[in-house]
Design a binder for this molecule. Structure first.
Ligand code: AMP
Ligand code: ZN
Length: 465
């Protein structure tokens, strides 16, 4: 089947037709970098990474542009930096919070097997674009300035509410928060707001201030993907108000009928009690904690075990089972050849709105064939699992994985290093690389240096996770 995707905007599964097959463009709302991501956020990263991989497979790796932003201007960041500033100027404390969080986010995303996106724009480097877009919105009558703020005039932008299926009157009735007196309409959202001297701020036609969240994505998506692009994604909680506002702003500023043709939203990952995992409920597991407990690919398989639009109930058992599944796949494909074609059943399932449960079932069927010793099935299993971001390690590195906090067995490390040196002396580089991978899987990194006196290569090691 050709690729079909469910579109939140039309509430239908539709054939996917890119605007330009030579450059398929997708945007997903990335994290606000005030604290480490939890596995619910991880679900969103993995789901859109899978779509990125699938699009690269279908259209060619050089024909897909994936932009996933980093929100590094946000009041939650300011609040956290404020509590941790420890005498530092607030801007320095903010820089420390965001750089540390971004570093960990990159490690988490890579740990879950996500490819880096093609572009990863940050808000702090796109303020001029945001100001320019707000100026256009004001000029077109879609926004107004009031008391140092600029607001989106939700009554003036046509079709406001079409994505979330809410009427403006419903939104007003739902606006429980105290409505600022300068708003023409309670639903009007903030494009720009004033900053105190202490808060981060940029000079603008409306005074020193900072952007609101929604305009950040409109400006970054417009800059990197153009006025209209193919796919816009995020978690289901972003439909309203975030995506509704992004869409309204971008359409109004660019004068286009749509912002993105397809809007995709992943369902919630639920904590064991059946509630949404979230920072505010305090029921979360960070990706970093998950990666300390289980190999990243096991986490990835668990995150893809339910269809992305369904809720995903999380449990330790799910991670354990995913790990065992991967144990089998690694074992069976250890001697499989590379470069086989993807199984049609797997591709078909993924092209059917990323039906991962069906794709994984197809991999299980291949596993049964491979277990009978069928070499072609092994190679197909390997290629198909790899398309989904699995079986990326060497089998030895997979086997040697240990949870964080478990001390490495020094005697074993020394024995492996000796065996590696012997293999190298015998010019058996395949074996020496295998041993290096096995050690890497244990978190052990090697460093080779020539001893000036003896001329011998000496290997030292350290534990890195
Ligand atoms: P946030 O940092 O809350 O803005 O979330 C970043 C991304 O993760 C957004 O796309 C959210 O929709 C998504 N997200 C947050 N919580 C969950 C959850 N429990 N399950 C799935 N996705 C989530
Ligand atoms: Zn966004």
């Amino acid at each position: 089947m050709a690729l079909h995707l469910y579109n939140t905007l039309t509430r239908r599964k539709e054939p996917f037709r890119p605007i330009d097959p030579a450059n398929v463009r997708m945007y997903a709302c990335g994290p606000t970098v005030y604290s480490f991501i939890h596995i619910g956020n991880g679900r969103m990263i993995v789901v859109f990474d899978l779509l990125f991989r699938l699009l690269r497979h279908v259209y060619g790796p050089g024909h897909v542009t994936y932009a996933r932003n980093i929100t590094d201007v946000d009041d939650k960041i300011n609040a956290r930096a404020e509590t941790e500033s420890a005498g530092l100027p607030l801007n320095d404390a903010i820089a420390r919070v965001t750089s540390e969080t971004i570093r960990q986010f990159h490690a988490d995303a890579a740990g879950l097997g996500a490819l880096p996106p093609s572009v990863e724009p940050t808000c702090t480097t796109h303020i001029p674009e945001m100001i320019a877009m707000i100026e256009v919105l004001i000029a077109k009558g879609g926004a107004y300035a009031a008391e140092g703020h600029v607001l989106l005039d939700t009554r003036a932008v046509p079709d406001y509410g079409a994505l979330s299926g809410r009427s403006l009157d419903e939104m007003i009735a739902g606006a429980r928060v105290e409505v600022a007196p300068f708003k023409r309409n309670p639903a009007d959202s903030v494009l720009w707001k004033p900053s105190t001297d202490r808060q981060p701020g940029w000079e603008s036609p409306w005074g020193r201030g900072r952007p609101g969240w929604h305009i950040e994505c409109s400006a970054m998506a417009g800059k990197h993907l153009g006025a209209v692009f193919d796919i816009h994604g995020g978690g289901i909680d972003l439909i309203f108000p975030h995506h509704e506002n992004e869409l309204a702003q971008s359409r109004c500023a660019h004068g286009t009928p749509v912002m993105a043709n397809v809007w995709m939203h992943n369902g919630f990952l639920e904590a064991e009690a059946g509630e949404k995992m979230s920072k505010s409920l305090g029921n979360f597991i960070t990706v970093r904690e998950l990666l300390d407990q289980a190999p990243g690919e096991a986490g990835r398989l668990a995150l893809l075990s339910s269809h992305y639009r369904q809720p995903l109930p999380w449990s330790e058992r799910l991670v354990m089972e995913s790990r065992r599944t991967l144990d089998h796949w690694y074992e069976l494909t250890a001697d499989a050849s590379d470069g086989a074609a993807i199984a049609p059943d797997v591709l078909d399932a993924l092209e059917d709105d990323l039906n991962t449960p069906r794709a994984i079932a197809a991999l299980h069927a291949l596993r049964s064939e491979a277990a009978k010793g069928d070499a072609a099935a092994k190679a197909t299993l390997k290629a198909s699992a790899r398309l989904m971001g699995f079986l990326r390690l060497s089998p030895d590195a997979w086997k040697a994985w240990r949870p964080a906090g478990v001390a490495v067995d020094e005697a074993k490390v020394t024995a492996l290093i000796t065996a590696r040196s012997e293999a190298r002396r015998a010019r058996n580089f395949k074996e020496s690389d295998r041993i290096r991978d096995e050690l890497a899987g244990m978190g052990v990194q090697l460093k080779d240096a020539r001893n000036k006196d003896t001329g011998e290569i000496e290997t030292t090691w350290e534990v890195k996770r």
